[in-house]
Design a protein around this ligand. Structure first.
Ligand code: NAD
Length: 375
């Protein structure tokens, strides 16, 4: 029978790609499940809980060697890739559009790579597999909590004998899955919330959460309802118009992404410098590719000379690891259901979902999106 495995992720990544609940279901449907010792520790899933669910706990190199499919949150490091052999399959967030050397290496090793970034998200059958959505949802929620925890004032209005505190004004830039979750959570905490997106279509979603929708003269909807990258002129125009909104708010949560591109810069250095003391920026797009806020650094909080704070919050899903892992694992299970027939792994390159998910197959880079990114 097929062996599905999960490894201990890189340091700093708290999630795990298989949860005990999903392991139990996989074992029931006749898979063998291998979990590296300690893989679930940072999500508060001890080895013993996986064992009770029917998994076998092994040390790292044995897991790598015996796995048919390795489910992973992030890219496995060189120690893993070196040990992989032809015909093995990786499933995870493999950064196929932004780390092309990695994809080439997997292809050279004839490792089949199913990359969640390539999921055709508008195909309804793919929704249960949508890691980008499930993790963005966790991240948006956590971002609002980090905002509440890090900001020096109450979020809600407080009427007390010692005076009245005004509600904090929270602005969410980018109102996709993460942004909407941040808006909903900040509203529940009592903040005065507004949202902005380059896609005018998101107005209804923002307003249905009781937040105000802001617009600029620049709007851009690209393929499949997603945002497209802006021209330099549009970018400058947008940045200038956003500067006023930013100056009027206390907490700015940014979530803007364009698939396969570096995140757009929404908050310029000028806007950061102009922000009043205590202003809090939470940049969910912060990564090694850059972020939405000038000067944000992934995983770090920067205090500016004007005493604004910029939280490089690209890792918010990892900061709510148990819920994030549960949802990630469900998405993994949904993909496995789509690629296993009668106990055998069938990677159908002509399937509208599986074919798109495949970055590499039998030694070739078969994804047209990855090949486009290589040009
Ligand atoms: P995302 O993570 O790629 O981007 C986050 C948000 O940033 C998006 O709303 C995008 O419009 C916005 N953005 C990009 N560039 C911007 C800019 N310059 N200025 C301001 N905002 C900018 O997107 P997402 O959250 O994964 O999803 C975006 C949309 O797709 C949402 O409407 C979501 O509901 C929809 N969606 C649909 C499906 C489906 O049909 N199955 C699945 C997932 C998401």
């Amino acid at each position: 029978s097929l062996t599905i495995a999960a490894l201990r992720e890189a340091p700093g990544e708290n999630r795990v790609a298989l949860s005990p609940e999903v392991v139990r279901k996989l074992v029931k449907s006749e898979f063998q499940v291998l979990i590296e010792a300690g893989a679930g520790t940072r999500s508060f899933y001890p080895d013993a809980v996986y064992e009770q669910a029917g998994a076998k706990i092994s040390e790292r190199s044995a897991v790598i060697k015996d796995a048919d499919v390795i489910a992973t949150i992030g890219q496995p490091g060189a120690d893993v890739v070196d040990q992989l052999t032809a015909g093995q399959t990786l499933l995870g967030l493999l950064r196929p559009l932004t780390d092309l050397d990695y994809v080439k290496e997997l292809a050279a090793k004839k490792v089949n790579a199913l990359a969640f970034e390539l999921l055709p998200r508008t195909v309804s059958r793919a929704q249960t597999m949508d890691v980008l959505s499930s993790q963005a949802s966790v991240a948006g929620y956590k971002a609002a909590l980090v905002a509440a925890d890090s900001f020096a004032r109450y979020l809600p209005m407080m009427i007390t004998a010692a005076g009245t505190a005004k509600p904090t004004k929270v602005l969410v830039l980018g109102t996709g899955v993460a942004g909407l979750q941040a808006i909903g959570t900040a509203k529940r905490l009592g903040a005065m919330v507004s949202g902005y997106d380059i896609r005018p279509a998101s107005r209804g979603e923002v307003e249905s959460l009781g937040a105000t929708f802001l617009t600029t003269s620049v709007s851009a909807t690209g393929e499949g309802g997603y945002a497209r990258a802006l021209t330099p002129e549009e970018t400058a125009q947008q940045q200038a118009e956003l500067a006023d909104f930013i100056a009027q708010n206390d907490v700015i949560i940014t979530t803007a992404q364009v698939p396969g591109r570096r995140p757009p810069l929404l908050v310029t250095q000028k806007s950061v410098d102009a922000a009043k003391a205590g202003t809090l920026f939470i940049d969910l797009a912060a990564s090694e590719l850059g972020g939405n806020v000038a000067g944000s650094q992934p995983g770090k909080t920067v205090t500016t000379p004007q005493q604004a704070q910029i939280v490089g919050a690209g890792d918010m899903a990892s900061q709510l690891p148990a819920s994030a892992s549960d949802m990630f694992a469900k998405n993994v299970q949904a993909v496995l259901n789509a690629v296993v027939q009668n106990g055998k792994l069938v990677l159908d390159v002509d399937d509208e979902v599986v074919g798109e998910l495949l970055a590499t197959y039998q030694g070739d880079i078969i994804s047209s999106r990855v090949r486009e990114a290589m040009k």
